[in-house]
Design a protein around this ligand. Structure first.
Ligand code: PMV
Length: 322
């Protein structure tokens, strides 16, 4: 087979990945936990052909060159090396959600690329191997390979830094209501952010404490303890943003509406509505709730000034061939 199509969901991190111990291999300084987002997806087709002279990339019908294409070719090179082929490839990709706005478009993109390119090259990789390959494109992409609720173990080396499912899609009816505050492309992407994370004096404390937060978060998910879950995801998100704000140069991803949503979410929770927030490297706020409250939460978020849209996503499956 020289052509294959794969689809993957983005994921939202509950315990965040921020900073690498090896930037080139994307080996993280701490483990992380996430959930895949159903309904949002990237679908990618890879076609290796002897009649093509260079790799090419089309995202949502737009031709991409430069750094974007280089990152894709980097993964294609790893696949060519494993499969012992040297054909160049045509990569065509479509997203159904805004890119570069804290909805981890690169996670879905590199997970779909890892699966489609390896299959198109004739390889059948295990889930762990696919997760490693996706990780090389974007760390968080390692978590979009397995289904449902996922943990990425930091590992000791290149081969054992991969993600696995800790609970299946139907384990817990959690819903992510993503309040869109800004859909513009962020100025400093996560690749540059990871590289400067260590310049914050708070990063060491965040990393040292990570195993504790992972344990609490994993247990909260396994026991479906929403209160413990909401408390730990907010705490972890606030810790990552504290590192971002105190790095050199400082990164401030929040907008005023982002902070307004934090206040509202905490008030709603205090008055009995099970909700909790988390924010990736952008201004948009992911408000997690139990499925039965999603309509109410969506309506409340839409009423907050500065919120231009709300995307609603349940728990998503793993990357798959289509
Ligand atoms: O995978 P990257 O390099 O785009 O990094 C993702 C970083 C965060 O989204 C901020 C946190 C995470 O764990 O997804």
């Amino acid at each position: 087979m020289s052509i294959a199509t794969a689809q993957a969901h983005p994921n939202i991190a509950f315990i965040k990945y921020w900073g690498n111990r090896d930037d080139n291999l994307r080996l993280p300084v701490n483990g992380s936990i996430s959930m895949n987002l159903d309904g949002l997806f990237t679908r990618t087709t890879v076609n290796f052909s002897a009649s093509i002279s260079t790799d090419s990339l089309l995202i949502n019908s737009k031709s991409i060159t430069g750094k974007g294409l280089d990152r894709v070719s980097y993964i294609l090179d790893l696949v060519r090396e494993m499969a012992k082929i040297n054909e160049k490839a045509e990569v065509t990709s479509e997203n159904n959600f805004p890119a570069g706005a804290g909805i981890a478009s690169s996670a879905a993109a590199f997970a779909a690329l890892a699966l489609a390119s390896s299959r198109a090259a004739g390889l059948t990789l295990s889930e762990a191997q696919l997760s490693v390959l996706a990780r090389r494109g974007s760390g968080s992409a390692s978590r979009s390979i397995p289904a449902g609720f996922v943990e990425w173990q930091m590992g000791q080396n290149e081969a054992d830094s991969y993600a696995f499912s800790i609970a299946p899609v139907d384990h817990w009816n959690l819903v992510d209501c993503v309040a869109i505050v800004s859909s513009s492309h962020k100025k400093i992407g996560s690749t540059e952010g990871h590289a400067i994370a260590g310049t914050s004096p708070l990063q060491n404390a965040r990393v040292t404490d990570a195993p504790r937060r992972i344990e609490i978060c994993r247990n909260a998910i396994l026991k479906k303890d929403f209160e413990a879950f909401a408390n730990i995801i907010e705490h972890d998100s606030d810790m990552m943003h504290s590192v971002m704000m105190t790095s050199n140069p400082p990164l401030m991803y929040w907008q005023s509406a982002t902070v307004e949503i934090f206040h509202q979410v905490r008030e709603w929770r205090a008055s009995g509505l099970p909700v909790g927030y988390t924010v990736d490297a952008g201004a948009n706020v992911h408000v997690l709730c139990l499925g039965e409250y999603a309509k109410d939460v969506e309506k409340r978020l839409r009423e907050i000034p500065g919120v231009s849209n709300v995307l609603v996503a349940g728990v998503g499956g793993g990357a798959r061939l289509v």
